[in-house]
Ligand binder design. Structure first.
Ligand code: NAD
Length: 487
């Protein structure tokens, strides 16, 4: 067992009252780490430290120096990527080969946004009022409460923390209770980089800790990544004290394959979209919409590859797909798969738990002949299951793609450039990939439509999310105005 401490206002310590909980390794089903169970008092300490830094040491850190600290953090992350990846793969069960790639990429976020730190400025305005010099100042939005999901804890934190630091904000993060260890390890690197105390604090625990953070009156913005149901509650709690919110929520993204697609590439993209990370990504391409003329061939090829996916120990580099986060996910997913099969769908690949491997494994699954009324067509499963629907026209493909409550991402496969642009324009989703799936970059904005959330992460737009604009009016006139005609 490894034991972790929380990082509050520059101090490593146990939770007030000393309570802890255990983090379970999904592959073994056994506890592997002891994590502090933070209290409201810990949250209050973290927020007060963040507020002190916001109005003190961090405000007095010049923007170029903020950037330099972020570059130093990036260097430390590069040196420790393997360590971070191992912790994360153990804690959330995602395969090491993906986690290593993610951990190696992490530094890019701190370099990219570190470069923005000293390039943020307001503007002078030609206002329609005589004898005024007007300009704007860009200010940090304030103390940010960040709450993250378990599926990619330090990457999801980077989406928030890197632009927040560039903007001059301070951050208190609460990672998921299902995978907290990597965020606590990350805080060690953060401390080593030399940031002032209070710029980042980490509190750990379950929903109650998140609730305390969201409700704290000195939290000026809540940046959340997680499920749509929890996002709705968090949005309401944040707005109750007028904190700004950014909500990155669930998805049920469509991968649309047209008859003119390059099928080799499409098969590869469909597999990458749903079986990478065992489908436990917000952007999973969990719906395959395929033109009826190529549907049988495509489903056969995807199913054949699904059946040969190497499932097992996430820490083995040969493994292509690991376990789910826990047995509860397996039963939730299997209920919905069984419902579809009972209602007339079929399973050319998988369709059952892989009990021989352990209680958290589910087979790479293809469910064909899905109809719109089946729950599998619209419910986010967060697992390795793709629901296949066939279409006959482009209009129909667009209508099916846009028919869920979500709007996070979509992929489309076609060799027709006009169709690619036309369909990309009509899909209601924040990210569209053409002849690709699941590529992300710190430089390219990601956002949700409909119940997939509000706010933008990544790209230069992300910095704006963490800034407020102040207007300053300087009266240039040396005469006194009539007090009753100002305006
Ligand atoms: P979740 O919503 O159950 O939990 C997310 C976080 O919220 C955890 O830290 C949890 O402790 C906390 N939380 C739960 N209830 C809370 C409350 N009432 N107040 C404050 N905090 C609370 O989500 P999860 O199971 O960890 O992650 C899976 C979900 O996240 C999926 O829906 C997935 O699509 C989504 N996700 C979205 C993105 C994106 O960028 N859009 C990225 C990754 C994951």
């Amino acid at each position: 067992m490894q034991s972790f401490a929380i990082f509050v206002n520059g101090v490593w310590r146990q939770a007030a009252g000393g309570r802890t909980f255990q983090s379970i390794e999904p592959f073994t089903g056994q506890p592997w780490a002891t994590i502090p169970d933070s209290t409201e008092a810990d949250v209050a300490d973290a927020v007060s430290g963040a507020y002190a830094a916001l109005t003190g040491a961090w405000r007095d850190t010049m923007p170029t120096e903020r950037g330099r600290l972020m570059f130093a953090l990036a260097d430390i992350l590069d040196e420790n990527a393997e360590e971070l990846a191992h912790i994360e793969a153990r804690d959330n069960g995602k395969v090491l080969r993906e986690m290593v790639g993610q951990a190696r990429a992490l530094s890019g976020w701190y370099r990219y946004f570190g470069g923005f730190a000293d390039k943020i400025s307001g503007r002078t305005i030609a206002a329609d009022k005589k004898d005024f010099h007007t300009y704007t100042l860009k200010e940090p939005v304030g103390v940010v409460g960040a709450i993250t999901a378990w599926n990619s804890p330090v990457l999801l934190l980077a989406y928030k923390l890197a632009p927040a630091l560039a903007a001059g904000c301070t951050v208190v993060v609460k990672p998921s209770e299902l995978a907290s260890a990597s965020t606590l390890k990350f805080a060690e690197y953060f401390e080593r980089a030399g940031f002032p105390a209070g710029v980042l604090s980490v509190v750990t625990g379950g929903p109650a800790v998140g609730q305390a953070l969201v409700a704290h009156p000195d939290v000026n913005m809540v940046s959340f990544t997680g499920s749509t149901d929890v996002g709705r509650k968090i949005g309401a709690a944040a707005i109750a004290h007028f904190a700004k919110v950014s909500l990155e929520l669930g998805g049920k993204s469509a991968n649309i394959v047209f008859a003119d697609a390059d099928l080799d590439k499409a098969v590869n993209g469909v597999i990458a979209g749903i079986y990478a990370a065992a489908g436990q990504t917000c952007m999973a391409g969990s719906r395959l919409l395929v033109h009826e003329s190529i549907a049988d061939e495509l489903v056969a090829r995807v199913s054949e590859r699904a059946r040969t996916i190497v499932v097992g120990d996430p820490l083995s580099l040969d493994t292509e797909m690991g376990p789910l986060i826990g047995p509860a996910s397996v039963s939730r997913i299997h209920n919905i798969v069984s419902g579809a099969l009972d209602d007339g769908a079929d399973a050319p690949a998988g369709g059952a738990p892989l009990v021989d491997l352990g209680p958290a494994f589910y087979s790479p699954t293809v469910i064909d002949h899905v109809t719109p009324s089946m729950a599998i067509a619209t419910t986010e499963l967060f697992g390795p299951v793709i629901a296949v629907q066939r279409f006959s026209t482009e209009e129909e493909a667009i209508a099916i793609a846009n028919s869920t409550e979500y709007g996070l991402a979509a992929g489309l496969w076609t060799e027709n450039v006009s169709r690619a642009h036309r369909v990309a324009d009509r899909l209601v989703a924040g990210t569209i990939w053409v002849n690709s799936y699941r590529t992300v970059s710190f430089a390219v904005p990601t956002s949700g439509r409909k119940n997939s959330g509000i706010g933008t992460e990544n790209g230069i737009e992300a910095v704006d999310e963490f800034l407020k604009t102040k207007a300053v009016w300087i009266n240039l006139s040396d005469t006194t105005r009539d007090p009753f005609t100002i305006g």
